[in-house]
Design a protein around this ligand. Structure first.
Ligand code: ADP
Ligand code: MG
Length: 260
């Protein structure tokens, strides 16, 4: 058969296989290959590279769309010099995504305003950039949604939504006291993700010793949840002062705290 027939087969074949980007680049790539004397595999690699890059971008875009992240903040926007209690190398290591395959949880503890949510979101974004699914929720939002799902007989589906994503971020655990039904739902999510080896990033303003309050005053459920959460985990305890207060002080609108 003539070259023209095969050229046509290439165009149609790429379309049929759903390789739209490679199809689009076929002519340019052929011209470049001829002009620069590429090997056949160089040519093929070039075509596939464009297709794969486009697919990855699409995956990341969909993951971010599905993520429910309240806003986008990156690690580059986090000023580590302001928060010396955080080991930057540890955070950079987390951003490689190794904790995902190791099913290692991350617990960010500390008072309000020290950057817990910012760091959780930034690691959520780096997870999405790696091509994984991530889902963000607060403890209260999650408990409310699950309670609604339960009353509508859709708890299994809601549970799947929380267990399936590669990474689940549960923000603000302990800010609002959960009732015992809500606490039990939070526990089920932690337990099911633990069983499936799916990691969680959790933020809280409560120290572990206060977790029985988090779990509606039930110390047994609290310690069962902590056992699973901390079995394979990294805990970052952020001390220090609220970033917003620091910023205000820099602007000269708040006085520095005086020691009494
Ligand atoms: P938390 O969740 O601990 O209450 P946030 O992450 O919501 O605190 O931080 C409050 C605000 O301050 C956010 O806008 C966040 O981006 C910003 N912020 C906190 N710490 C830092 C930091 N070290 N560098 C830059 N921005 C920060
Ligand atoms: Mg927060």
């Amino acid at each position: 058969m003539s070259s023209i027939v095969y050229e046509e087969k290439a165009v149609n074949g790429l379309s049929q296989l759903g390789l739209a980007i490679a199809r689009e680049h076929l002519d340019t790539a052929s011209q470049l290959a001829a002009a620069e004397g590429w090997s056949y595999s160089h040519f093929l690699g070039y075509l596939l590279e464009g297709e794969l890059a486009w697919r990855h971008e699409k995956t990341v875009r969909l993951s971010l769309q599905f993520s429910n992240l309240p806003y986008h903040k990156t690690l580059a926007e986090f000023d580590f010099t302001l928060q010396p209690s955080i080991d930057r190398r540890l955070v950079d290591e987390l951003a490689t995504g190794r904790f995902l395959s190791e099913a290692r949880n991350l617990v960010l503890l500390g008072p309000p305003g020290v950057g817990k949510t910012h760091l959780a979101i930034a690691l959520g974004m780096s997870t999405a950039q790696l091509g994984y699914r991530v889902y963000f929720t607060t403890a209260l939002e999650m408990a409310r949604r699950m309670a609604r799902a339960m009353s509508e007989g859709k708890l299994t589906r809601e549970m799947n939504n929380l267990v399936r994503p590669t990474l689940l971020i549960v923000d603000e655990v302990g800010y609002v006291a959960l009732d015992s039904a809500q606490a039990s739902l939070l526990f089920q999510v932690i337990a099911q993700r633990y069983d499936k080896g799916q990691p969680i990033i959790l933020t809280s303003n409560k120290s572990f010793s206060e977790w029985s309050h988090v779990f509606a005053g039930d110390p047994v459920m609290a310690s069962a949840a902590l056992d699973r959460l901390l079995h394979r985990s990294t805990v970052i305890n952020i001390r220090g002062e609220s970033y917003r207060l620091k910023e205000k002080r820099k602007a000269g609108t708040t006085a520095a705290p005086t020691s009494t």
